[in-house]
Write a protein that binds this ligand. Sequence first.
Ligand code: ATP
Length: 236
Amino acid sequence: MSEHPLLRVDGLHVNYGKSHILHGVSLTVNAGEVVCLLGRNGAGKTTTIKGIMGLAQRMDGQIEIAGRNATRMPPHSIARLGVGYVPEGRKIFPDLTVEENLTVPAARPGRWNIPEVYKFFPRLHERRRHAGGQLSGGEQEMLAVARALITNPDLFIMDEPSQGLAPKIVQEIYHLIREMADSGISILLAEQNAFMALEVSNRAYVIDNGKIVHEGPAQALLNDRERVRALAGAAA
Ligand code: ATP
């Protein structure tokens, strides 16, 4: 493992207005790792990710990305450090075509460009002239992933990619996550769908009530499914 993790979050506190939601969250993602952040509904997964991305009010703590102090950086500066963000609920532009959605992000140079992304997601190529809002949930998730991929991120941060998708589509999305991981992209994956996420992850954190209550190798949790259910409320 390198001395500097790609992402280091240390003692992060986040508020929504006067509500104190995160109470000192610490986690790391090393280069080449897939790390999942598990937890039941309302545990603080999205808030952690929004705190990292500069989309929620950080009250205390430190964030380091690729060795740079990102504690006070706004979202666009975080993106420039090589972070691709796939938000919960996709948040694609419904009135723009698929192709227009893909031209919005500021691309960093690298392997991924529109033709490469279409090779990876043939379905998006077929639908390239359709409005984002006309796509199915699974296609919208692919578009959200493609839009982040095109920025050639070193670190991918994905918030509940399986949310609201049929099991077969979830399998497809996870297949893509595995392919991205195999291509060397590091991933932080927030999921309620704990067992799916553990299958593709090297390490796992579990958050509850805004605090990390467990961290360790993903395999150890996969071998102890009862523990996962107790910690993260995961469905069988
Ligand atoms: P989910 O799977 O439902 O997305 P989560 O683990 O991502 O769950 P968060 O969305 O981070 O959970 O929510 C953590 C806590 O913060 C919850 O108690 C939630 O009610 C609260 N919360 C979330 N968004 C806001 C907001 N905009 N204003 C006030 N409280 C909020």
